[in-house]
Structure formats: C-alpha cells, structure tokens
Design a protein around this ligand. Structure first.
Ligand code: MG
Length: 159
C-alpha cells in the first residue's frame, strides 16, 4: 500500500464560475487559474500522483501549456486515474478537506462524492469530502480563496 498527500489553493476572481470536485456552484465567485481552477480535484490529483511517486499536477498539466487553458479538471483526474491503474494500482480511498468561508460545502458533499465516484470509477464509500471554515483566520479566513488538503491510498495489484 502507498499513501499520497496533496495540497492546492486558489484565490477568488470575479467573473469566473466556481467548480469544486467537478460540481458547479451557481452564483458563487469562481477561482483564478489556468484551467477551471478546481482546487479540490487538483489536490486529489496531487495526492494520487504523490502516492505513485509520479510528480504533481503541474508537471503533468503545465499551466503555461495552452492545451490546459480552461481545462475541465475532471478530465485531468480521469487521465491520472487511468495512468495509475495502468501501473497496476487500485485506489483504496481518498479523503479531502476543503477550507473556505464560502460557499458552504456540506449541502453539496453528496453531489461531489457522486461526481468523483463517476470520474474516478470507484465506489462512493471510498471517497470522503469534508468542508471546513478557517474561522476567519489568515487569508483563507478573510475570504480571499479556497485551500484543499487531500490524501489518497493506493494498493498495488501487480508489479
Ligand atoms: Mg490548482
């Protein structure tokens, strides 16, 4: 078994749509980024790649590459999962904590788990998503952006 850890943060930017875990939050301010800036998926990708010692989201999908401009991060996650499976790993589970003052994540957690279950091709019971406020501390607490921590466990099925 192998464990991986991922972290991502993005600042809010007016005029962009907010997408977290592949789910759109209508009416909420979006995040600045080269792709769709889905910080939750980026942290999950880094956790998965980290567990397999395969680098990170930036080395796989450079943010100066026009191919990934406004990219749908769900598709990036799908391709990382495919790569990891191709190396003989199965995803044991993933667990992520999304830290922001808004939006409130809890009402959308089940929707996000359903979406990630479909994208990653694993059961919903293997996916945990938690939302937390930063209790108004630091820049995240001041509502400037969103930070996400994630861990992933991989099981090696073959060498
Ligand atoms: Mg990112």
């Amino acid at each position: 078994m192998r464990i991986g850890y991922g972290y991502d943060s993005h600042r809010f930017e007016e005029g962009r749509r907010l997408v977290l875990g592949g789910v759109e939050f209508p009416g909420e301010t979006g995040l600045k980024g080269h792709s769709d800036a889905d910080a939750l998926i980026h942290a999950l990708i880094d956790a998965l790649l980290g567990a397999a010692a395969l680098g990170d989201v930036g080395s796989h999908f450079p943010d100066d590459d026009p191919r990934w401009k406004d990219a749908d991060s769900s598709q990036l996650l799908e391709s990382v999962v495919r790569e990891i499976r191709g190396l003989g790993y199965a995803i044991g589970n993933v667990d992520a904590t999304v830290i922001c003052e808004r939006p409130k994540l809890r009402p959308c957690v089940e929707l996000i788990r359903d979406r990630l279950s479909a994208v990653m091709g694993i059961g919903k019971g293997r996916i945990s998503i938690k939302g937390k406020s930063n209790e108004r501390l630091d820049d995240i607490g001041a509502g400037l952006g969103i930070a996400v921590h994630a861990v992933a466990l991989l099981e090696q099925l073959k060498n």
